[in-house]
Design a protein. Structure first.
Length: 285
């Protein structure tokens, strides 16, 4: 005999709170429990309302590599391993044409951080790209909003709300749920003027060669993909070669095998993620 769920009484929020109070055995009250991200940013852990899921489009994240040791063989090796996006930390003494020999720029998402270069070097780079028909290259000297992992989520959102540039260089923070919510909040805040989000590991994590740090890297990457960053950059080159390769492989698994990248906004409707997203969107309002 088929059973209709309408036959059962739907528990109310009060019912859940009462049950949780019993389970807590007087240690604290259930309605006082919150998910604390940082001072001034917390949400209740119980579903107290149905979050309104804003409709917005998300980007398909690309597997990226950050290149600091600017050698042609290194960039070609990264592309052979399946890198789809490159973040090049350019230096004044790097020969431009020899570096790009064999690099098919049209098929990759290329970002050049030329902020530490002389104006002559930056101009030469832009001339080289323009004269070869590579108009889609992003130069960070043209303007970027940089969000550091050391800054609070709330301060980072305030930076986005007062932004004057469309490119965002974002260091991933360690709070998995809040990081996903921040990326979603950025998409909502900027939906009238789409932006490009480039996600990198925070500097301390990127400098670590401890294999145990790969656990933290896994979570950081997963948050970036679930939050739909445009490109995600793992361990920079110049350190442990095996770590750089592992971070690329982890990204390929997330992008191609997990199915995360095949779904637009995969955590839409998740209570805690929606509440955190709304709380971040409301920062400074």
């Amino acid at each position: 005999m088929p059973v209709s769920f309408s036959e059962f009484e739907k528990p109310s929020l009060a019912n859940w709170i009462d049950k949780a109070d019993l389970d807590l055995k007087g240690k604290m009250l259930a309605d006082e429990m919150t998910y604390q991200v940082e001072p001034g940013l917390q949400v209740p852990v119980f579903l107290d309302s149905t979050p309104e899921n804003p409709s917005f489009l998300t980007a398909r994240s690309k597997v990226g590599v950050e290149i600091r040791n600017l050698q042609n063989d290194i960039v070609l090796h990264a592309l052979e391993l399946g890198a789809q996006a490159l973040l090049l930390r350019w230096k004044d003494d790097t020969p431009i044409a020899p570096f790009f020999t064999g690099v098919i720029i049209e098929i990759i998402d290329l970002t050049i951080d030329d902020r530490q270069c002389s104006s002559q070097t930056s101009s030469a780079l832009k001339y080289f790209m323009a004269s070869n028909g590579y108009g889609a290259v992003t130069f960070l000297s043209d303007g970027v909003n940089e969000l550091l992992a050391s800054d609070s989520f709330q301060d980072r959102i305030r930076t986005i709300k007062s932004r004057t540039q469309d490119n965002i260089l974002l260091e991933l923070k360690s709070d998995f749920l809040a990081q996903i919510a921040e990326l979603r909040a950025i998409r909502i805040i900027t939906k009238a003027q789409p932006i490009k989000i480039l996600a990198t590991l925070d500097s301390q994590l990127a400098a670590s060669s401890d294999r145990q740090s790969l656990i933290a890297v896994n979570y950081a990457f997963m948050a970036a993909y679930l939050g739909s960053a445009n490109a995600v950059f793992g361990y920079p080159d110049g350190g442990d070669e095996s770590m750089s390769r592992l971070s690329l492989n982890i990204q390929h698994i997330l992008q191609l095998e997990s199915g995360i990248n095949d779904v637009s906004d995969p955590l839409a409707g998740s209570y805690i993620v929606e509440k955190l997203t709304q709380a971040l969107v409301a920062v400074g309002s």
